[in-house]
Design a binder for this molecule. Sequence first.
Ligand code: FAD
Length: 553
Amino acid sequence: MNLFSSFYRDRLLEKLSNTHYDVVVIGGGITGAGIALDAVSRGLKTALIEMSDFASGTSSRSTKLIHGGLRYLKQFEIGLVREVGRERAVVHQLAPHLVRAEKMLLPLTTGGTYSKMATSVGLMVYDVLAGVEKEDQRIMLSKEDTEKLEPMLKADNLEGGGLYAEYRTDDARLTIEVLKTAARYGAHPVNYLKAEEFIYEEGQITGLKCTDLTVNRQVLIRSRFVVNAAGPWVDQVRDLNRSATGKRLHLTKGVHIVVDYQALPVRQAVYFDVPDGRMIFAIPRGQITYIGTTDTDYYGNPADVKAWQEDVDYLIDATNHTFPDARLTRSHVISSWAGLRPLVYEEGKSASEISRRDEIFESPTGLISIAGGKLTGYRKMAERIVDLIGEKHWEQTGKDLPECTTDQIPLCGGVFTNEEAVNEYISDLKALLSAAGLPEGTAEYLTGNYGRQTDQLLDQFNAPSDDTDPDLRLAKAELWFCLHNEMVFSPLDFFERRTGMLYFRPRRMALYLQPLLDMFAWYFKWPAEKLQQESETLEKILYESAHFKPRPR
Ligand code: FAD
């Protein structure tokens, strides 16, 4: 029985109530997912609870890069750059279909952030710290070569460029695949289950009272250790434990906008200067290019984070400054997302200056909290947390935990030996899919999203059906796959986090919204009013992701 399906929730909750766990993780973003996989793969009985959908917090709203963080070199964060830089190749190896090599172009301009010399040295140091293979190490480009590589760059103040290696991913898919892998090892991750209260015995945490938000019932979970990996909500969970003293979180907001590829047809990812001294990315991805990010202090409710007109205008102006021929306006924006960086507060530092390093806090009653960090570093963060649990386990039992082996555990869908194997798989699929009448780019999309699980999905696609539009048949096969294998409960779980359709293919989403919602209604036995209400909600979400209000004063 696959407990990571949408159809065995009752059994899963029964297990959660009846098991005495070693570790329960609060938070189903990448940090919590990584901890769950590390813990269960070292033999600890593990559960993970997520109050909304998996990856619905920051872990679906990042720039979606597995990167070393070049800009942290400027802040002399050598340790951070070395760790996340080296992690790039590891995470790529674990899921080469989902973490794809991407060359990044850094244009050098008169009066820009980096001089040619500083860039050349900086990128070289970056390569050394990150242990980049020789063939992938940075190349410095002349003005002419930079223009040739990226004809959209403004020629008059261009001095040259640096080309260096990064990786691109889908943050939400990465989180889901890590969780699915943890579930295969026997962990019990569950979404829509909110931690409300801690249970204590002799002054130490021994469990949690949770609410199942799908039916509003209480679930009690017993555990020897509880880890708080609640991202922007870390302090709220510490408040439940009355332990949010000393260091606190500092949230900063980051917005991305999406335009059609034709509106900003960059040939590769570009990391470019903004007139205010910051830098942002333009990243091509199939039929779109996305641009981001902003970085501003945020003091509101983490669940209400939105992109305002001011954020969008900032990104548009910055893009037009570097790519004047694009002449972007708000009307070019087809989608967007906004997320919060859960950073650890540092006195007197601005949003962009605060370190992205992770920190662990332990409360006197035993709550272990982790904050800060990067998507890229999730595995090492998890290792540190489970090593800490290992020390406590030793104190309690006199037994050692095995070492971390997550660098050797391929993620679900990622059983490819290397990038060439992924490319071969894509080219085999291409012939098959174009014969079936599917649009160009489908093979890349399916492989990037599902890896080898695409085979399973295509079996469903090939099953007898009344649908004459092959792309609709495919969208239905995707929903079928996600319902049976990826714990989808609400339409947004599917449209936003399992497929990225809301961000990257909003027109496809609008086109197939109704038939896909009908499928939800059939599987979950929705009454007509619920179907109507879901349909209106999603139409509104689609509209609001491309239309922006001014920031309230
Ligand atoms: P989250 O993903 O927010 O997960 C925490 C989860 O806890 C949430 O899903 C929430 O619902 C749940 N939760 C909260 N309270 C409870 C409760 N009481 N009960 C149950 N569940 C609860 N990093 C990179 O490496 N590369 C990048 O390109 C990159 N770009 C970024 C761009 C932006 C704009 C931002 C904001 C961040 C970026 N990052 C990047 C950083 C990275 O995205 C984050 O470090 C990471 O996603 C944080 O994950 P998390 O699991 O800690 O938090």
